[in-house]
Design a binder for this molecule. Structure first.
Ligand SMILES: CC(C)(COP(=O)(O)OP(=O)(O)OC[C@H]1O[C@@H](n2cnc3c(N)ncnc32)[C@H](O)[C@@H]1OP(=O)(O)O)[C@@H](O)C(=O)NCCC(=O)NCCS
Length: 148
């Protein structure tokens, strides 16, 4: 496995925004949103997976004392299915377990691959949010994982 995980930096944002467009259009986060997230170092933990000098994946956690939240996770289309997403998620969950008793996330209702990945990591469905993703209007499934 040649890619390594490290904290996301402002200098990664060009690469991250390119992946964001590839993976999440039209419901993409903007550069301003990422800059804001990266500035909140007390509660945010954003990682990239890097292979050589290429960012091939990224993920982010928002963690408070009572609750953590998987904010995003994505792997370049040509590198999916290699275990990178699982490694990013495991790193976020290890951080979440240090900080919060429970982790929540939203996932697109039509995204079976991601839902399965979360289920295998102990998440269960606890609700739905109609038209959560904008501007597409896609529904979200809310999933929750209690610390073991
Ligand atoms: C969801 C995502 C992050 C997973 O990352 P990944 O690197 O492809 O996933 P991994 O290779 O670590 O595989 C994770 C699991 O999903 C399974 N999987 C991966 N791609 C799959 C596919 N196309 N079909 C079925 N299963 C698949 C793997 O077998 C693996 O299962 P395991 O945990 O039992 O071994 C990635 O597919 C992605 O970026 N998707 C688009 C963006 C997205 O949907 N993000 C999640 C938003 S909530």
């Amino acid at each position: 496995m040649s890619e390594r995980l490290r904290p996301m930096r402002l200098a990664d944002l060009d690469a991250v925004l390119e992946l964001e467009e590839q993976l999440f259009a039209p419901d993409t986060w903007t550069r301003a949103m990422y800059r804001d997230e990266l500035s909140r170092t007390d509660s945010r933990s954003y990682l990239v997976a890097e292979d050589g000098d290429r960012v091939v994946g990224y993920a982010g956690l928002i963690a408070y004392d009572d609750e953590a939240h998987v904010a995003t996770i994505g792997v370049a289309e040509d590198r999916q299915g290699e275990g990178i997403g699982a490694r990013l998620l495991d790193a976020l969950l290890a951080e979440a377990d240090r900080r919060s008793p429970v982790v929540l996330l939203e996932v697109r209702a039509d995204n079976q691959v991601a839902q399965e990945l979360y289920r295998r990591r102990g998440f269960t469905e606890v609700g739905r949010r109609p038209r959560y993703y904008q501007p597409s209007g896609t529904d979200a499934v809310v999933m929750k994982r209690e610390k073991l």
